[in-house]
Design a protein around this ligand. Structure first.
Ligand SMILES: [Zn+2]
Length: 121
């Protein structure tokens, strides 16, 4: 992704109208000023137009930075890859859940043993 900081540095106030659907609207974490920035600014660090502090532009949900430079075919490929990874993760979660259950059972047995040991004293 090319460095085009100058192009995205410009922010507009929310009341200054001209907010497009593709714009990212967020509040400055330092001064709570509402900042509006072009979607291409996602993930970039900008200076708040109000307090001048460095602000990281949030990346909208479901948007990958790399989407900006990819054609639809690439995006689709990435989507499929993401789904595959998601399924793998799901499988792993299932495995971990099963392991957790078995660990909990072991723990219960150990607690039982300890309780019996204490009772014997
Ligand atoms: Zn600010």
């Amino acid at each position: 992704m090319a460095e085009e900081k100058d192009e995205v540095l410009e922010t507009q106030s929310a009341d200054g109208a001209e907010i497009r659907d593709t714009d990212i609207v967020f509040d400055c974490p330092h001064c709570s000023k509402t900042l509006v920035i072009d979607y291409r600014g996602a993930g970039l660090q900008i200076s708040c137009s109000e307090c001048g502090k460095d602000v990281l532009v949030p990346i909208p949900d479901g948007m990958e930075l790399t989407d900006l430079d990819m054609d639809p075919g690439e995006i689709l490929k990435q989507l499929f890859a993401t789904r595959r990874n998601y399924q793998k993760a799901e499988t792993r979660v299932q495995g971990l859940k099963a392991r957790l259950v078995s660990l909990q059972e072991t723990l219960a047995v150990m607690q039982q043993v300890i309780a019996e040991g204490l009772a014997d004293e």
